[in-house]
Design a protein around this ligand. Structure first.
Ligand SMILES: Cc1cc2nc3c(=O)[nH]c(=O)nc-3n(C[C@H](O)[C@H](O)[C@H](O)COP(=O)(O)O)c2cc1C
Length: 325
């Protein structure tokens, strides 16, 4: 009988299926339902660094700018710790009390700033880990990729200096060298890299001549991008790797683990008409493991990662050439 137990970021999971951050994980009741459906862990809906800043900015304004500069600086830095958004913290504590699976908080952020001190409150509220959703849309031609990557590393450093609970970093897929950047991240004190975030992509309404919001759900084919990069990078980093993007069924879940992911996150399939997607994915994984005589997740983990394939043919250029020539 297949055993789906695993570990992720040092946390024990009853299975590697994590429900990704979204409005579906906004409340304790919703998360409890996901746990009852079988999820191994949940990532709470993200709080934005801007929300943290806004909450404390009025208090910054009331600080006396004429006071001793060091005292002023100290008070400013301390403020997010003292009066960050209480509702998010309450939600963490409420969810943690209602669930027995790990609860991962999520911060949507791009800059190492004073808001970072709020991370300590998230840990104190009971979160088992923090996922940093580095949601950056660079729009200035004057800021190079190197500068942006340095800023992201500074951000991770600042948060890891603040908390002792495990940290994961959720990336977009637009780095010029994903292996180099994940390697650099791995040198920091983090426990996992999550690949990849799904950026919200506004559309254009050609009648109104305006920007319109669009639903941004994935399709199963979207799995191929994270699959490639998980396979290429997972052997090269010490930390765990979590795949997110396009896992809609047991097949996608199994592929994620074969490519080298320690866990995978799902979101879009939970918005679809699919009945009981969590239980279907877990049953499908179990049945497949039984059919292939794999007893544990470790038995087939990373069997098709780049290094284990022991050939450059798997996920690199050669496969493209084979398809076309
Ligand atoms: C409606 C919606 C809202 C989301 N909100 C967040 C969010 O608040 N924070 C975050 O890190 N990711 C968010 N995501 C991204 C998901 O957590 C997930 O990483 C992404 O959708 C890829 O997984 P999927 O293909 O299973 O949907 C959201 C995705 C969707 C579709």
């Amino acid at each position: 009988m297949a055993d789906l137990k695993t570990t992720y970021m040092g946390l024990s999971l009853k299975n590697p299926l994590i429900v990704g951050s979204s409005p579906l994980t906004a409340t304790a009741d919703q998360c409890k339902k996901l746990e009852d459906d079988g999820a191994g862990a949940v990532v709470l809906k993200s709080i934005f660094e801007e929300q943290i800043r806004t909450e404390v900015s009025s208090t910054y304004d009331t600080l006396d700018g004429n006071m001793h500069p060091e005292a002023y600086e100290y008070l400013q830095a301390d403020m997010p710790m003292r009066i960050g958004p209480a509702s998010y913290l309450d939600k963490i504590t409420e969810t943690k009390n209602a669930l027995s699976i790990p609860v991962i908080a999520s911060i949507n952020c791009t800059t190492p700033d004073k808001w970072v001190n709020f991370a300590d409150k998230i840990a104190a509220a009971g979160a088992d880990a923090i996922e940093l959703n580095v949601y950056d849309i660079p729009s200035s031609p004057d800021v190079s990729g190197t500068i942006i990557e340095e800023r992201h590393l500074d951000l991770v450093r600042a948060v890891s200096a603040t908390v002792t609970i495990p940290i994961s970093v959720k990336l977009g897929s637009f780095y010029s060298s994903i292996p180099a950047f994940t390697k650099a991240l791995d040198q920091e004190d983090i426990q996992a890299i999550v690949m990849f975030n799904r950026f919200f992509q506004p559309d254009i309404d050609i009648e109104d001549i305006s920007i319109s919001p669009s639903t941004n759900l994935s399709r199963p084919e979207d799995l191929r991008t994270p699959l490639r990069w998980v396979a290429i990078t997972s052997d090269e980093v010490e930390c765990d790797v979590c795949l997110t993007g396009g896992v809609h069924d047991a097949e996608g879940a199994i592929k994620s683990i074969l490519a080298g992911a320690n866990a995978f996150q799902i979101c879009s399939v939970l918005y679809s008409q699919e009945q009981d997607p969590i239980s279907k994915i877990l049953t499908g994984m179990s049945d497949w493991m039984d059919n292939h005589n794999y007893e544990t997740i470790q038995d087939f983990h990373a069997l098709l990662s780049n290094k284990h394939l022991n050939t450059k043919d798997g996920f690199e250029r050669a496969q493209y050439m084979k398809a076309l020539i």
